[in-house]
Design a protein around this ligand. Structure first.
Ligand SMILES: Cc1cc2nc3c(=O)[nH]c(=O)nc-3n(C[C@H](O)[C@H](O)[C@H](O)COP(=O)(O)OP(=O)(O)OC[C@H]3O[C@@H](n4cnc5c(N)ncnc54)[C@H](O)[C@@H]3O)c2cc1C
Length: 381
């Protein structure tokens, strides 16, 4: 039995769990974090090299607000270390002219006074000569966006927390079952080694394993998809001053820290189990990316592949996060379903967890468990 009178035990040390722990600790809670591996380990969804942050989300105000508010936390974390956590190089979205979601984003960013620029095809060609741009396209540039160094940021935050007294417990938490409850609450979680960890409240932030830890609550509501990422060995000078860019379904990053020009396809892959999925990128995936390169970045079409990664999105049916009370226990909070866009919101997720636990805010409608369906029908951009 591990009983240290914790106020909150956070299960999962990915970006959602670690920022929750950070904000709870900052709010004066006695916090412990449990994970079966190190923070942002290679199988976790937060374990990649880089993640895009941007504030444009069409007309979904919550994400614009959360992404925007999170930026100062990312900057503060980045300022604490000599190794950057946030490369604030801007984010460029290439889109068809008069795209409705981009128009909605411009209205929302204006409301929040978040800077952006709209670029014509000729301006795009002039600024980013490495890109091939058609006359019916346009650019939408957010200078405050950029690339978060994903794994590094989670690990730095975890190290910071450990130094300030937050306890990290190594253990695989067993599935939480209804019969463990006492008067509607969960007294403890149990690890595979038989340790029982007591707390007043529990935050279950288990990413793509959320349905394995909370099978009754999630029951078919988590869609874990296989996603491939490719890095190409391009001449850095050839990429020019490229920002992070999105050109859906493809998106990518200039080479940071010599890693290579990164491209990924945001289209959801097949359903997988994060423990057993094939983590080798496919020839088909590479061929799709190269076909895209030929069209948009012809100079890089034959660039040698320098690295690949295969990770997973932990999607809800609609693409909105899940942040709600467990239906079986009044002191257990489900925090997950980042759905391929959650990373940037880590700090705001942490703030909301504090509000939920303190009872100062109700769960948001967008993030309720009951809004999650048994079939995917994504609406988030
Ligand atoms: C290829 C790719 C690209 C992405 N791009 C972007 C992007 O550009 N911008 C963006 O904002 N987001 C992006 N995302 C999404 C974002 O990375 C994820 O939404 C986010 O990392 C999820 O974090 P998490 O903390 O919920 O899960 P995870 O990082 O997976 O963490 C879950 C943790 O729970 C632990 N755990 C699980 N089960 C147990 C158990 N039984 N006992 C103890 N511990 C347990 C795991 O070990 C793990 O450490 C991308 C994701 C991928 C895969």
């Amino acid at each position: 039995m591990i009983s240290k009178n914790y106020d909150v035990v956070v299960v999962g040390s990915g970006v959602f769990g670690i920022w929750s722990a950070y904000k709870l600790h900052a709010a004066g809670k006695r916090v412990a974090v449990v994970d079966f591996e190190n923070p942002a380990h290679h199988l976790s969804s937060s374990g990649g090299e880089s993640r895009v942050t941007r504030c444009s989300y069409g007309d979904v105000e919550t994400y614009t607000e959360w992404a925007s508010r999170s930026i100062s936390d990312w900057q503060a974390l980045s300022a604490k270390t000599r190794i950057p956590v946030f490369h604030q190089v801007g984010v460029l979205r290439i889109h068809k002219k008069n795209d409705e979601s981009v128009m909605a984003s411009t209205r929302m960013l204006e409301r929040y006074e978040i800077p952006f620029t709209v670029l014509s095809p000729s301006e795009l060609r002039e600024q980013f000569p490495v890109m091939q741009v058609r006359d019916d396209e346009a650019g939408f540039f957010e200078p405050q966006g950029g690339a978060l160094m994903a794994k590094r940021s989670v690990q730095l935050l975890a190290a910071n927390l450990a130094q300030s007294g937050v306890v990290f417990i190594s253990g695989l938490v067993l599935p939480i079952q209804q019969q463990q409850g006492y008067k509607g609450s969960l007294p403890s979680v149990t690890t595979v080694d038989g340790d029982r960890i007591d707390a007043e409240q529990f935050v279950i932030a288990c990413g793509p394993w959320l349905d394995q830890v909370c099978p009754d609550a999630m029951a078919g509501r988590l869609f874990v998809t296989r996603q491939e990422v490719f890095f190409f060995d391009t001449n850095v000078n050839a990429t020019g001053a490229l920002p992070v860019w999105s050109d859906l379904p493809f998106y990518g990053f200039p080479s940071f820290e010599g890693r290579g020009f990164k491209i990924a396809n945001d289209t959801h892959g097949c359903f997988v189990d994060p423990n057993t999925m094939d983590r080798n990128a496919s020839n088909e995936g590479e061929a799709d990316v190269r076909a895209y390169l030929r069209d948009r970045f012809p100079a890089f079409a034959n660039a040698p592949l320098s690295e690949t990664r295969v990770c997973q999105y932990e999607n809800s049916s609609d693409g909105h996060f899940l942040m709600d009370r467990h239906p079986g226990f009044d002191n257990v909070w489900l925090v997950g379903c980042g759905s391929g866009h959650g990373f940037k919101h880590g700090p705001a997720v942490g703030n909301h967890v504090v509000d939920l636990i303190n009872g100062t805010k109700e769960p948001l409608e967008l993030f309720l468990l009951e809004s999650k369906r048994l079939q995917q029908d994504r609406i988030v951009l």
